[in-house]
Write a protein that binds this ligand. Structure first.
Ligand SMILES: C[S@@+](CC[C@H](N)C(=O)[O-])C[C@H]1O[C@@H](n2cnc3c(N)ncnc32)[C@H](O)[C@@H]1O
Length: 271
């Protein structure tokens, strides 16, 4: 039986799901093809059918395929204007709400955190804002990603000079030990807990005050995005914040359940 390239493409993502549990059916097809094509070229084959043969012959190719599928690009304080609002508005408002409620626990989720710069940036901001009042609160930042390899790097909290080049000198001195590499201080690392989590198939975390889900939704189909917005709504405490990437926006029915804090920075609050 001969397959068209489209049929072979679907057979390929079914194979990937069966062998490695990654459900590509919820990702945008165009985006997936562009990335898988990178591996087709690298392995010297022309069709998805031939690529399946490559995967069968050399299962280590799955690792290289996952590297191109899970674009892990990230940065400390990525999009400084977004972090300015988190620093000036989101965290101070949350802190004063907690005080008013007489509550100490603050729970943050960095969903699809890649190599950890995002959750660590949030931990640094809490320290910058609360200073010696930091121990008045029990702050847990949960950081998750589907890619175990990046999580391993994230847990180490060790970064090359290039990854911190845009970080303010003062912040670098306060929160990093610098030798040849930049190592985050224990007080920041201990605030962040890393865990593998697939946004599509795993249950979301619960009782959260802030969810950051940035620069990953763009890879998902619209239907999948709306399903996630529903889950995030359920996962947030009343008045909790949802922070998306700058090119992502709330859509579908859940959009009506949040009020914008900053439309430009894609920051929303659960009504
Ligand atoms: C571009 S990075 C975003 C990092 C960070 N949030 C930021 O905005 O800088 C996208 C991350 O999404 C992760 N990812 C892709 N599909 C995922 C899924 N189904 N569940 C959880 N993480 C996923 C990738 O492994 C990658 O680390």
């Amino acid at each position: 039986m001969t397959f068209t390239n489209d049929q072979a493409f679907h057979a390929l993502w079914k194979r990937i799901f069966k062998e490695r549990g990654l459900d590509l059916s919820q990702y945008r097809e165009k985006c997936l093809k562009r990335r898988i094509d990178v591996r087709l070229r690298a392995t010297g084959v022309d069709t998805y059918m031939e690529y399946m043969v490559v995967l069968k012959r050399d299962p280590s190719e799955y690792d290289r395929l996952f590297d191109v599928l899970t674009i892990n690009v990230t940065d400390f304080f990525r999009d400084s204007s977004t972090y300015r609002i988190i620093e000036d508005k989101v965290i101070p408002e949350l802190v004063s709400l907690k005080k008013k409620q007489g509550k100490k626990i603050i729970r943050v989720w960095s969903a699809a955190c890649a190599t950890g710069e995002e959750p660590y940036s949030i931990a640094i901001l809490f320290h910058e804002i609360l200073r010696d009042r930091i121990d008045d609160f029990l702050i847990s930042i949960y950081a998750t990603d589907i890619d175990e390899k990046v999580m391993k790097k994230a847990k180490k909290g060790e970064y090359e000079a290039g990854s911190v080049s845009k970080v303010d000198e003062k912040i670098l001195r306060r929160y990093f030990n610098c030798n040849l590499k930049y190592n985050l201080k224990e007080e920041i690392k201990q605030m962040v807990r890393f865990k593998r989590h697939d946004l599509i198939s795993d249950r979301p975390l619960v009782h959260l005050d802030i969810i950051l889900c940035r620069n990953v939704l763009i890879y998902f189909s619209r239907d999948q995005q709306v399903k996630l917005f529903d889950k995030f709504y359920e996962a947030l405490n009343r008045g909790g914040y949802l922070i998306l990437g700058k090119t992502e926006s709330l859509a579908g029915k859940p959009a009506g359940l949040f009020q914008p804090v900053s439309i430009r920075e894609r920051i929303y609050r659960k009504k």
